[in-house]
Ligand binder design. Structure first.
Ligand SMILES: *Cc1c(COP(=O)(O)O)cnc(C)c1O
Length: 371
């Protein structure tokens, strides 16, 4: 049996008629930018995240960079974040000219350890940028308390956590701004590049709308140097078709995760855990295995796709060399990066496929024990 890490074909085939109709409508109208589709998506996504405003942009990376710009963060400023994330989180900080400062994560959840914020804070610190990694909400209350006490902004990277909650409230609604990637493989994805920022601050929303469209609120009147980072109507039309299914897809992911966890918790070194204060929407289902690479090779032989999110922590990437960070700085991040592996996870996984993956993992660990 062949089981990919993510099956986009299965996802698309169900929605194809609806998506085609929506795209045709956009093309027939030929209003391709900042039209009714974007407006509707922004309205619906803001409501979904329990926020006042949403601003559609052209990618998750742009969402983060525009959010930082809107908060006036730039050269000379520091932003505290984590190193076990996709490079874009850190790229956005560098793009606006600020310096990323890293804290370690909790070993059970892989999420930002707020207890380390104090020691990472300097007179240059302007913001904290937690990542709701793999789909589990970061521990927002202590992060918000710390930020407010120190006059810092909070920008959430919710690119892997559309719909996840913290104490009953949706992620993206806690910080000054929430940033979401709508890349095609995320829990909610367009069929190209797309992203969105959420906020309850009207002034920040207005500023982000301006920055994404060449710094202009009125055409050809450029108040600030902006960028071209609008969400386009075609992508918004796809998102409007998918949006009503998001909760149901997240529930399917949770059901799959439960099956994996029940069957694998005594087999591998670690399965994902869910804190009582939050929910997990399993953008990725990540386990730990001591002989991770051997496990991946076995699964590959069985036709099962896996991945590592992420093999090299960002502070040790060549792109970060100029900051001078070295191995040993983030012991938990560095340790788990050697053991984590992501198993196939997408809403359309069948029970048969899940048990095929489970039995392949079990078989591998049984062989290992008998050696
Ligand atoms: C996907 C992702 C991004 C970047 O989003 P793009 O839409 O690909 O630019 C940023 N942060 C995290 C945590 C992501 O998973």
């Amino acid at each position: 049996m062949k089981i990919p890490l993510v099956d986009l074909q299965a996802h698309y085939s169900v929605l194809k008629p609806e998506i085609m109709a929506a795209l045709e409508e956009v093309l027939d109208g030929m209003q391709l930018f900042l039209g009714p589709q974007v407006k509707a998506f922004e309205h619906n996504f803001a409501a979904y995240c329990q926020c006042q405003y949403a601003v559609g942009v052209s990618s998750g990376t742009d969402a983060l960079a525009i959010a930082l710009r809107a908060c006036d963060i730039g050269p000379g400023d520091e932003v505290i974040t984590v190193a076990n994330t996709f490079i874009a989180t850190v790229e956005a900080i560098a793009l606006v000219g600020a310096k990323p400062v890293f804290v370690d994560v909790e070993p059970e959840t892989y999420l930002l350890d707020w207890r380390q914020l104090e020691q990472a804070c300097s007179p240059h610190t302007r913001a904290v940028l937690p990542v709701h990694l793999y789909g589990h909400a970061a521990e927002m209350q202590p992060i918000m308390d710390f930020a407010r006490a120190h006059g810092l902004r909070v920008i959430e990277d919710a690119s892997q956590a559309h719909g996840a909650t913290y104490q009953g409230r949706r992620v993206g609604s806690f910080g000054d701004i929430g940033c979401f990637s709508l890349y095609y493989s995320k829990n909610l994805g367009a069929f190209g590049e797309a992203g969105v920022c959420t906020t309850n601050d009207e002034a920040l929303a207005e500023k982000m709308r301006m920055i994404r469209d060449h710094g202009a609120r009125i055409r050809y009147r450029h108040e600030v140097m902006g960028v071209n980072a609008r969400l386009d109507e075609m992508q918004a039309a796809v998102l409007n078709v998918k949006m009503p299914h998001l909760d149901q897809w997240n529930m399917a992911r949770q059901t799959h995760a439960q099956a994996y966890t029940e069957q694998l918790k005594d087999v591998v070194e670690a399965v994902p855990i869910v804190r009582p204060w939050g929910t997990h929407v399993y953008c990725y289902y990540v386990i730990q295995a001591t002989e991770r690479d051997a496990l991946r090779a076995t699964l590959q032989q069985e036709g099962i796709g896996t991945n590592i999110h992420y093999p090299t922590p960002i502070h040790l990437q060549p792109a970060c060399a100029s900051y001078g960070y070295t191995a040993g700085l983030l012991p938990v991040t560095e340790f788990v990066s050697q053991r984590i592996v992501s198993l196939p996870m997408y809403p359309e996984l069948t029970e048969e496929q899940i048990y095929y993956v489970i039995s392949a993992v079990k078989k591998h660990s049984l062989c290992k024990r008998m050696q």
